[in-house]
Design a protein around this ligand. Structure first.
Ligand SMILES: C[S@@+](CC[C@H](N)C(=O)[O-])C[C@H]1O[C@@H](n2cnc3c(N)ncnc32)[C@H](O)[C@@H]1O
Length: 282
């Protein structure tokens, strides 16, 4: 069997399995390609020369077994392959962390231009770091900055530590267990966060794939605003003059804006899709 036929077969299997795509994959075709690349260890997305390559029966079987588990257990692909891509980098993931997919990646890659002076970003804090993907992407985007990343979950921090080590960032990203800013000292030029923002009552009705993720990574009080509102309240104490707060709040963006009419939020348009990312200048 050739690579292109394996991708077609997997895509048909996923489409027929009526799985939900929402963890960084937009369609059955995209996910099938990611899975085929994973089993072939090619890591080269959508490279034409791969399409005609032969795939051994053993590798085909491995891909089918993963696709079977994906459909039968409605596990997100990333938990089966133990990898997810964010900002062009590969991260180790398992069920201790939610799967990296924040649209913040796009803004990090451009250094938050034009809202942040790139030379002025000396200290950065990533709240609710999970796998550490945002902190790591910031460490690469701002090579001279000190990056601190916090999370309340020790299990998530073990994953973040593993990722920092794999990416050669062990000395660059300082991981701390803490409730949002707890233990943070001084001011930050960039405060970035993708906190939980799902209304607690809505968690049970999410597609099954999301229910494999840690509940504390998703649920945020009755209205989904509990953590984001606390970040807004506490940020002024930690934001440096000329600094920027970048916060993902997804579907509760409208509710958050309505509950803080006094704050001049900026809502950048995102070329790669996604919504609900707000920016606020000091
Ligand atoms: C939506 S996940 C985001 C993970 C990662 N930043 C990303 O973008 O993939 C939210 C994370 O917030 C953490 N968390 C929940 N409540 C917290 C709190 N009060 N303080 C710090 N972290 C918290 C969870 O453990 C989880 O890892």
């Amino acid at each position: 069997m050739r690579f292109r036929d394996l991708v077609d077969e997997l895509a048909a299997r996923l489409a027929g399995g009526r799985v939900h795509f929402g963890h960084g994959m937009g369609s059955a075709e995209e996910e099938a390609l990611a899975l085929a690349n994973f089993v072939c260890r090619s890591g080269l997305w959508q490279r034409r020369s791969l399409l005609g390559r032969r795939v051994s029966p053993a590798v085909q079987e491995r891909a089918r077994a993963i696709a079977f588990a994906r459909v039968a257990r409605r596990l997100p692909l990333a938990y089966l392959t133990r990898e997810a891509w964010f900002g062009g980098m590969r991260f180790y993931v398992d069920k201790r962390v939610c799967i990296p997919r924040s649209p913040l990646a796009e803004l990090i890659e451009i250094g938050f231009a034009p809202w942040l002076n790139p030379d002025g970003a000396r200290r950065i804090i990533d709240l609710c770091t999970g796998s550490g993907c945002i902190a790591a992407a910031c460490a690469f985007a701002f090579p001279d900055a000190e990056v601190i990343a916090t999370d309340l979950s020790p299990a998530a921090l073990s994953v973040a530590e593993r990722n920092a080590r794999r990416l050669g960032l062990a000395g660059r990203v300082e991981l701390r267990k803490g409730d949002l800013f707890a233990g943070a000292q001084g001011k930050f030029d960039l405060i970035v966060a993708n906190p939980p923002y799902v209304p607690a009552g809505a968690c049970g009705s999410l597609p099954r794939e999301y229910r494999h993720e840690p509940r504390m990574a998703l649920a945020a009080g009755a209205d989904g605003l509990a953590i984001a509102s606390r970040i807004l309240e506490e940020a002024p104490r930690y934001l440096a003059e000329g600094g920027l707060l970048a916060l993902e709040v997804g579907e509760v963006a409208g509710d958050l804006a309505a509950s803080h009419p006094e704050l001049p939020f900026l809502w950048p348009s995102l070329e790669r899709g996604g919504e609900g990312v707000l920016l606020l200048r000091a």
